[in-house]
Design a protein around this ligand. Structure first.
Ligand code: RP5
Length: 163
C-alpha cells in the first residue's frame, strides 16, 4: 500500500516543528512519507515531487516551511492534490513572514494554511486524517475516539491548579 500523506519541509531545521504532524498521523494509523524538498535550494526536485505526487499514491500533501515560505504554494501549483501549508516559526520574524507568504495565495491555486509552529503542524496531520476519513470508516472511528479522549481528559480534570 502506498503512503497516503506526504509530509515535506524546506529544511531539516523544520523537522522539530513538522514531527508534530507525523506524531498524530502515527497515532491515527495513517501511512506517511517524510522528505526535505526546498523551494529555493532544490527547485527541480520540488517540481518533480509535485508532478509525481498523484502517481506516487499520495492523497494529501503537508508542506512546512519558514521565512520566504514558497514551498506549499509552489507544490500546489504543480498538483491537484490538496496541500496543507504549515508556517514554521522563523527566528527573525517569529513566523509572521512564513504565515503571510503561505496564506496569501492568489485566486486559482489553493493552499490550506494552518497556524504558525507546532500547533499548525499537529493540526495539519489531524486535518489530513480528517480528509482521508471521509472515505475511510475505520479511520473515522479512530478520529472519533481521539476526540472523545481529548474531551474526556478536560472534563475529568477541570481544576486549573492541578496538573
Ligand atoms: C526555509 O528556510 C526552510 O523551510 C526553513 O524554515 C528556513 C531556514 O532553513 P535553514 O537555513 O535552517 O536550512 O527554506
Amino acid at each position: 500500500m502506498s503512503n497516503k500523506v506526504a509530509v515535506i519541509m524546506g529544511s531539516k531545521s523544520d523537522w522539530s516543528t513538522m514531527q508534530s504532524a507525523v506524531e498524530i498521523l502515527q497515532q491515527l494509523g495513517v501511512s506517511y512519507h517524510t522528505e526535505v524538498v526546498s523551494a529555493h535550494r532544490t527547485p527541480q526536485k520540488l517540481t518533480e515531487f509535485a508532478e509525481q505526487a498523484v502517481d506516487q499514491g499520495y492523497a494529501v500533501i503537508i508542506a512546512g516551511a519558514g521565512g520566504a515560505a514558497h514551498l506549499p504554494g509552489m507544490i500546489a501549483a504543480h498538483t491537484r492534490l490538496p496541500v496543507l501549508g504549515v508556517p514554521v516559526q522563523s527566528k527573525a520574524l517569529n513566523g509572521m513572514d512564513s504565515l503571510l507568504s503561505i496564506v496569501q495565495m492568489p485566486k486559482g491555486i489553493a493552499v490550506g494554511t494552518l497556524a504558525i509552529g507546532v500547533a499548525g503542524a499537529f493540526n495539519a496531520g489531524l486535518l489530513a486524517s480528517q480528509i482521508l476519513a471521509v472515505t475511510d470508516p475505520a479511520l473515522a472511528e479512530r478520529l472519533e475516539a481521539f476526540r472523545h479522549a481529548q474531551t474526556q481528559a478536560v472534563l475529568d480534570n477541570p481544576d486549573p491548579s492541578v496538573e
